[in-house]
Design a protein around this ligand. Structure first.
Ligand code: ADP
Ligand code: MG
Length: 468
């Protein structure tokens, strides 16, 4: 099947319809007009003839009649000879008697006139290159009286009318073609943009947005398309992230065990060396450094193991406040040491709900540790809880160094860290723990002012959706 563009489909039917209407309607109108006019014309001329017949039709009067009615008169004898005529300037051929008689068709006219009914006997004749309508009347002694009314004006008027109507039709058709082309273009241009955009999306370019140029259904379509692309991009990013996490998890699981065993031997041996009486102070200092570094490696490995640990939740219906307080009690000395003031705003109306206490403690600890590390010069740490509809929020606010806009997007990526001794696994673990509880974590921050971490937990636990 042939492929027509939407624009052609819009323009073509309109154009054909309009062209048909604008050509046929005027032609029909002209025909109707001519028919009506000719009826009127015949009627009028019959009236004149009646008057002429009553007042005088004699040869001498014909010039007067000609002047009075702007017509030509011819009178023929019963044998067809021309008795009198106002037409003097006919070309020779037509002056020829036999020719004239033939043209005026006396035989037929005679028969028609002898039928003696009232209907007018007329005929179209061309004489000397001019068109006339001839009206016949029978005179005494078989003579004919012929009144020739010039038709030039009517023919001209008809022609002018036809041409001007066709001119208007052509102009109208061109106008309709132009307008429908514009309308079609206005409609199809945004669709073309959308098609181009779709092709880009199909090629995998999800960063572009389709420009919304119109405030109509096509505009809505573009908006919906943009939203769809955005969501597609988000889910693709999530998938990539999930894949990365899975790979990191697998790697971590295999490395962690291998590293931890030699690490504990190294730690034990270093401690033994330190306790030997013949170890010098200088050597002790070096051993101290070795132990600190071993501690650091151990932390990373622990983080990796947490990350890779199979995700089975140990859910219990319990109160949230004691879990948080347990973590804060552990951190208390550390906070005081860093000159950090703790503000506790725990909601008293929180209902008990199902969660894995150890995991939530671990997530909360990671967040508090980050807050503490963000305030090396001291500051205020606010820990608040509140309920919103059917979710509970743990809010941790610090007055620390804050996070730059570029970093915010990467916080939850495993191994993303800005700290010299960081592992970059803290927030990745927080996110995973929250997601295992079907909750979410959000971070808002202003560089130089501080950071707010919001951990949302649903009051009614349901298995999180897992893509296979
Ligand atoms: P780590 O603490 O080992 O660096 P995290 O995953 O816990 O890894 O944190 C990742 C990064 O996020 C940190 O290196 C830090 O730059 C930033 N960050 C996290 N929490 C805060 C905070 N409260 N204030 C400022 N920066 C933070
Ligand atoms: Mg951390």
């Amino acid at each position: 099947m042939r492929r027509y563009s939407i624009q052609t489909k819009i323009v073509l039917p309109f154009l054909l319809l309009f062209a048909l209407i604008t050509i046929f309607v005027p032609l029909l109108t002209v025909q109707l007009f001519a028919w009506k006019y000719s009826e009127q014309f015949t009627h009028e001329t019959q009236g004149w003839l009646n008057v002429i017949m009553k007042t005088g039709f004699i040869r001498e009067d014909i010039e007067k009649v000609k002047q009075a009615y702007s017509v030509e008169i011819m009178i023929f004898g019963s044998d067809g000879t021309l008795n009198a005529s106002t037409l003097t300037e006919l070309p020779d051929t037509e002056q020829n008697w036999a020719n004239l008689v033939k043209k005026m068709r006396f035989e037929q006219v005679k028969q028609a006139l002898q039928k003696a009914d009232e209907s007018p006997v007329t005929q179209d004749v061309t004489l000397g290159g001019k068109h006339y309508k001839v009206f016949y009347r029978l005179l005494p002694f078989g003579r004919f009286y012929c009144l020739l009314r010039p038709m030039e004006e009517i023919t001209n008027a008809k022609r002018t009318l036809t041409w001007s109507m066709l001119g208007i039709a052509a102009f109208g058709t061109a106008l309709v073609a132009f307008i429908s082309h514009r309308i079609g273009k206005n409609l199809t241009d945004p669709i073309k943009d959308l098609v181009d955009f779709t092709e880009q999306v199909a090629e995998g370019n999800l960063d572009e947005q389709c420009a919304v140029k119109t405030q109509d259904e096509i505009g809505d379509l573009a908006l919906a398309f943009n939203q769809m692309t955005q969501e597609l991009k988000q889910s693709r990013d999530k998938l990539i992230q999930a894949e990365r996490l899975a790979t990191a998890g697998k790697m971590s699981a295999s490395f962690a065990h291998e590293i931890r065993n030699p690490l504990s031997s190294m730690r034990m041996l270093s401690q033994m060396l330190m306790q030997k009486p013949d170890t010098s102070d200088e050597q002790r200092q070096s051993l101290q450094y070795i132990l600190e570094e071993i501690e650091r490696i151990d932390n990373i490995v622990k983080g990796l193991m947490d990350f890779a640990r199979p995700t089975t939740l140990n859910l219990e219906h319990q109160s949230l406040a004691p879990a948080l307080q347990a973590v804060l009690a552990l951190m208390e000395a550390n906070l005081t040491h860093h000159q950090i003031q703790l503000l506790l705003e725990l909601a008293s109306d929180l209902p008990d709900f199902q969660f894995d206490s150890d995991k939530i403690k671990q997530a909360f600890m990671n967040v508090v540790l980050n807050a503490m590390e963000a305030m090396p010069q001291g500051g205020t740490l606010t820990v608040a809880t509140f309920k919103q509809e059917d979710v509970v929020c743990i809010k941790v606010v610090d007055t620390g160094i804050g996070i730059s806009k570029e970093d915010i997007e990467h916080l939850f990526e495993p191994f993303f860290t800005r700290k010299d001794k960081g592992t970059g696994l803290g927030l990745a673990n927080v996110k995973r723990i929250l997601e295992e509880h079907n909750g979410t974590v959000e971070i808002e921050s202003t560089l130089g002012e501080g950071t707010t971490v919001l951990m949302w937990l649903p009051l009614i636990f349901s298995e999180p959706f897992k893509a296979h």
